[in-house]
Design a protein around this ligand. Structure first.
Ligand code: SF4
Length: 434
């Protein structure tokens, strides 16, 4: 399969070609010169307030940000989608409007989900050595990323790993395996894991993520007790050939449809920060809505060294928040999940993202480490969020009293819970914290 260079949706120019990758053109750092001129990814305040009606699909640009947000909240509360022009406009709001955008998306979030957050826990059943060439993936064909590589976990190890996540508060366990798709033998193997987890934790949802499914495989996973199946679209149909040449966008759509057809809850999401345009992000969000994804994970590219997208840091924390807001408006009833890359891209703005999403991954990702699970729980407590199923009570709120209590180094007395007595800088022989 040959990947196809595409033209920029805004200026019609070809994207920059990455001569170092073996899998075709990869757009990077804004994807096209026109995007750079708009200040995309630069971190500058972007005072783009009005969508040019002539430049978008449906020509219904809102008059200003206040009107835009009022419209989007009304649509979100009604469960209806914005126009594509409105969705693009969210991505082009300026930094001065950022908190208003978050607040508006937060209203839609609270209407459906209140302040509850569902914790998900990933179990990487089989890591690395994939024959596919997804450019963003550290497990891809030819990846030299120094990630863990191992074949299938045993059923006992998979159940034990799930147990750790459930004990930490997770209410959905995601069983993930690298590869193009499972063999029938793999489906039998994962079915035993699903069964083992369900026997121990009947109230915990189990989601399988095994790649492209063939006829009948989704039905077998459902019969084993799986609740959901994850397969991300990742990016727009127009961009897909830029990020993968070994399978097609349509293959992914078909797998999501197969899972849904078998009665599994469809989970499908996207990765932002791969050089896509604003229009691409809106396109994939609408595609996920059209697919009926119940759960929509939003990943931000983690650009591993040893992959074609190494060094691609296009996103700012502010733009990550706009992307989450846009997806929340497009998919107002979906379980919106803050996924990989949140720590490194949102950084200190992570708590604002929680106002818009209703779900996060607890702990580590497939091949990269997340922040400490304890730090996640602290963040939720500080924001007044309710962790689903916390302490056995549905909707129980995590309170500040649940935060980590003493951060002082071992053996050093702390005057108050959560207060670390200074032992560095002036008055000590230890370098100052500067
Ligand atoms: S199919 Fe999955 S594991 Fe394989 S390279 Fe693509 S994203 Fe990575």
């Amino acid at each position: 399969m040959v990947s196809r260079p595409r033209r920029s949706p805004t200026c019609g120019r070809r994207p920059w070609r990455n001569p170092t990758t073996s899998c075709g053109p990869v757009t990077r750092r804004g994807g096209s010169p026109c995007q750079d001129r708009r200040g995309r990814g630069s971190g500058r305040a972007r005072r783009i307030v009005v969508v040019n009606p002539s430049s978008d699909h449906d020509g219904t640009g809102p008059a200003d940000v206040r009107d835009l947000l009022d419209t989007l909240v009304a649509r979100g509360l009604a469960g209806t989608a914005p126009t594509r022009a409105e969705a693009v406009a969210v991505l082009r709001t300026g930094d001065d409007d950022l908190l208003d955008v978050v607040a508006a998306a937060g209203r839609v979030r609270r209407h459906r989900f209140g302040r509850r957050v569902r914790l998900n826990y990933l179990v990487n059943l089989k890591s690395g050595l994939c024959p596919e060439d997804c450019t963003y993936c550290s497990q891809r064909l030819g990846s030299t990323a120094q990630v863990l590589k191992y074949s299938w976990l045993s059923t006992e190890d998979a159940v034990a790993a799930a147990r750790a996540g459930v004990d930490g508060g997770a209410r959905r366990v995601c069983l993930v395996a690298s590869g193009r798709g499972p063999s029938d033998r793999d489906v039998v193997r994962v079915s035993a894991m699903v069964d083992g987890i369900k026997r121990e934790h009947p109230d915990v949802e189990v989601c399988a993520c095994l790649g492209l499914l063939r006829d009948g495989q989704a039905e077998r996973l459902a019969a084993a007790g799986a609740d959901a199946y994850n397969h991300n679209l990742n990016t727009s149909e127009a961009t897909y050939a830029d990020i993968c040449t070994t399978h097609e966008y349509a293959d992914r759509v078909q797998t999501v449809a197969r899972a849904k057809g078998a009665g599994l809850s469809p989970c499908s999401g996207l990765i932002a920060g791969m050089g896509e345009s604003d229009q691409d992000l809106v396109d994939v969000a609408f595609a996920l809505r059209d697919l009926g994804a119940d759960s929509v994970p939003v990943n931000f590219l983690v650009p591993f060294d040893g992959t074609p997208l190494a060094g691609t840091w296009d996103l700012t924390p502010q733009q990550c928040l706009r992307i989450l807001a846009m997806v929340r408006f497009v998919c107002p009833t979906a379980e919106l999940r803050l996924a990989a890359g949140r720590e490194v891209h949102l950084r200190s703005l992570q708590p604002l993202a929680l106002e818009m999403v209703s779900s996060i991954f607890l702990g580590d990702y497939l091949t990269s480490e997340g922040q400490a699970a304890r730090a996640d729980l602290d963040m939720l407590a500080d924001g007044g969020f309710e962790v689903e199923g916390a302490r056995g009570a549905p909707g129980a709120r995590v309170t500040p009293g649940d935060r980590s209590e003493v951060r002082a180094p071992s053996g050093v007395p702390s005057s108050e819970p959560g207060v670390t007595v200074r032992r560095r800088g002036p008055g000590t022989a230890v370098a100052p914290n500067a």
